[in-house]
Design a protein around this ligand. Structure first.
Ligand SMILES: [Zn+2]
Length: 60
C-alpha cells in the first residue's frame, strides 16, 4: 500500500476501490477512509482499482 503512487500526480494518498458485495469489513474500511466503495455492479473489465485523493484520478 505504501508503494502505490498516483501515475498522474505522483501523490501517495491512494485508496483501493472495491465493487460487488459490501461486506461489514469493507463498510468499516470505507467509513474510516481506508477504501472506496464504488457500487454493487461488477463489470467484466473489472473497472478501476485505485483512486488518488489528491487529483481524483482513477486507474488500474
Ligand atoms: Zn493524483
Amino acid at each position: 500500500m505504501d508503494d502505490i503512487r498516483c501515475p498522474s500526480c505522483g501523490g501517495g494518498r491512494v485508496l483501493p476501490i472495491y465493487r460487488g458485495y459490501l461486506t461489514f469489513d469493507l463498510a468499516r474500511a470505507v467509513e474510516e477512509k481506508r477504501a472506496v466503495y464504488d457500487g454493487p455492479i461488477l463489470s467484466d473489465e473489472g473497472g478501476d482499482s485505485w483512486l488518488c485523493l489528491d487529483c481524483m484520478n482513477r486507474w488500474r
